[in-house]
Ligand binder design. Structure first.
Ligand code: ADP
Ligand code: MG
Length: 233
């Protein structure tokens, strides 16, 4: 599903340059649940943003579901992004003046889905994350865990091949974190490919494979015995 080879990325600031990714190689097969771990500043978000086509590498290759991702114009990049990828962020990134239902329906709007079908599909995804009764509420009327569930429903709405989650539990308490990871595990059990960036070892243990980043390189990449999130609660 994902194949990257010798990926490099630097940030230029004036005459200085910070070399963040120094030759990353890895592949993710369809249906994997992988965590990318590393301390703060190790380049996890930089890597995820490149995988999410929100940023481009300076060197190296990236193939997503057989499609080489390089030098695409913004229109084609946006089309691939909508078709292939769903995003989940630490800060939820919901639209504050839209209801939970309308937040989930928004990606479908951009895909040109008609209103009636948008609402039906969005409602089904809200049900899937256990929030059918909260459809008409605004984000600020929801708890952190509920907001993240809405964000997960929104990410699923466009039926992406890959879900990319950057510190999805970073703003949540421990119990809520495990509940969100349980939801993510369930979505992976259905076969969806998911990458989770986290700096928390406990969270990484709930995936099936841990990729460790340090100083711009992968220093470890191992399969783990997945811990079921709700066994922790
Ligand atoms: P992580 O997500 O692992 O905490 P990041 O990928 O966000 O790490 O950042 C890696 C390094 O790159 C950090 O030193 C950070 O300050 C720097 N960095 C991240 N984004 C930018 C940017 N847009 N411009 C300049 N430096 C950046
Ligand atoms: Mg980060």
């Amino acid at each position: 599903m994902i194949e990257i080879k010798d990926l490099h990325k630097s940030y230029k600031m004036g005459s200085n340059s910070l070399h963040v990714l120094k030759g990353i190689n890895f592949s993710v097969a369809e249906g994997e649940l992988v965590s990318i771990m590393g301390s703060s500043g190790s380049g996890k978000s930089t890597l995820l943003n490149i995988l999410g086509m929100l940023d481009e590498a300076d060197e190296g290759s990236y193939t997503l579901d057989g499609v080489p991702i390089k030098n695409l114009n913004e229109k084609i990049a946006a089309r691939y992004r909508n078709k292939f990828l769903g995003f989940i962020f630490q800060s939820f990134n919901l639209i504050s003046y839209k209801t939970a239902l309308d937040n989930v329906a928004l990606p479908l709007y951009y895909q040109g889905v008609k209103r009636k079908e948008r609402i039906e599909k969005a409602m089904a995804y809200l049900e899937k994350v256990g929030l059918a009764n909260w459809a008409g509420h605004l984000p600020n009327e929801l708890s952190g865990g509920q907001k993240q569930r809405v964000a997960i429903a929104r990410a699923l709405a466009s039926d992406p091949k890959v879900l990319l989650a950057d510190e999805p539990t970073g703003a949540l308490d421990t119990k809520t974190s495990y509940e969100v990871m349980d939801l993510i595990q369930g979505i992976n059990d259905e076969g969806r490919t998911i990458l989770v960036v986290t700096h928390e070892h406990d969270i990484a243990q709930m995936t099936k494979r841990i990729v460790n980043l340090k100083d711009g390189l992968i220093i470890d990449d191992s399969r783990v015995n997945q811990v079921r999130a709700l066994e922790n609660v």
